[in-house]
Design a binder for this molecule. Structure first.
Ligand code: BV8
Length: 239
């Protein structure tokens, strides 16, 4: 099966990848399914913390959660899955992930639908934003411009996606001949809807996941296994 997926991806024009937390799992970054794992934080529900309400209820707790995640990413390395995707120079990488592991693997054409951990921005909307040091992420602090809190530059549940990234992602998925769906439960919208957009545009849908997911019923080819193992196989022509 991997050989037919490889052939399909090699000849596809304007290929697109759509990735989720499973792509970074082998780099040691817990997925949302795993309740973003580890010790202290496993008692919290990410869907509650990753919301404006969660932040306004307890800005210090939410900021500490992001500090923990930022340090995890800073200590992590891109895995073979990130490197295989990065080797596909023509591929547009639409990701739900907020880490920078695709960038650090050398990938270009990356669209972060849900923002990035590497920046803070003002909660008050004064427009202040700044890059942060992921290895030494700052604690909860006030915006130097207006005094309101600074928050991570990510998209929380109930917040709209960045227009540029979303528009570019819809356009790429509407024109691709193959969409490679990697490591996502495909349960969060509107990101998950991109699979239907690509399918309706006539693209072949290839799914790589360690389990079946909400993407399975749309798959032309579904490969069950870890992204770090399967992606180098089906993208070997690019490596
Ligand atoms: C919005 C950033 C408009 C923050 C995240 C219909 C239409 C529109 C909206 C909605 C809708 N229905 C519901 C909504 C609301 C909501 C939503 O989708 N809720 C869900 C829970 C039903 N959507 C929103 O709020 C979005 N905004 O729609 O704006 C709007 C505005 C106002 C009011 C209404 C609408 C914003 C959503 C963005 C939220 N932010 N992240 C942060 O990171 O802290 S979401 C976050 O969770 C991720 O970005 C990702 O998108 C999602 C988790 O999904 P996955 O990445 O798939 O990860 P998961 O753990 O679920 O699965 C991992 C998979 O990997 C598994 O399948 C596993 O088997 C696999 N795996 C594991 N290891 C491996 C592997 N695969 C391969 N190899 C491995 N080694």
């Amino acid at each position: 099966m991997p050989e037919s997926a490889a052939a399909l991806l090699e000849r596809a024009r304007r290929p697109v990848s759509l990735s989720g937390a499973g792509l970074s799992a082998e780099s040691g970054i817990p997925t949302f399914r795993d309740q973003l794992g580890g010790g202290l934080w496993s008692q919290y529900d990410p869907a509650q913390l990753a919301t404006p309400q969660g932040f306004s209820r307890d800005p210090k707790l939410v900021t500490e959660w992001y500090r923990w995640r930022r340090k995890l990413v800073a200590d992590a390395e891109p895995n073979a899955g990130h490197h295989a995707l990065a080797a596909c120079a023509e591929m547009v990488h639409v990701t739900q992930n907020v880490d920078d592991l695709l960038e650090r693997a050398g990938a270009r054409n990356i669209l972060h639908l849900h923002g990035v951990l590497g920046r803070d921005r003002c909660i008050g909307g004064c427009g202040f934003t700044e890059a942060i040091d992921m290895a030494e992420p700052p604690p909860l602090r006030a915006c130097p411009r207006c005094g309101k809190w600074l928050r991570p530059g990510v998209v929380w549940f109930g917040e709209t996606l960045p227009t540029d990234a979303w528009t570019a992602a819809v356009s790429a998925c509407s024109a691709c001949e193959a969409l490679l769906v990697v490591g996502t439960s495909a349960t969060v919208y509107p990101a998950a809807d991109l699979i239907r957009v690509a399918k309706q545009a006539g693209a072949k849908i290839l799914v790589v996941n360690t389990a079946t997911s909400e993407a399975s019923h749309l798959a032309d080819v579904e490969l069950i296994g870890p992204a770090g193992e399967l992606l180098p196989k089906i993208l070997s022509w690019a490596l």
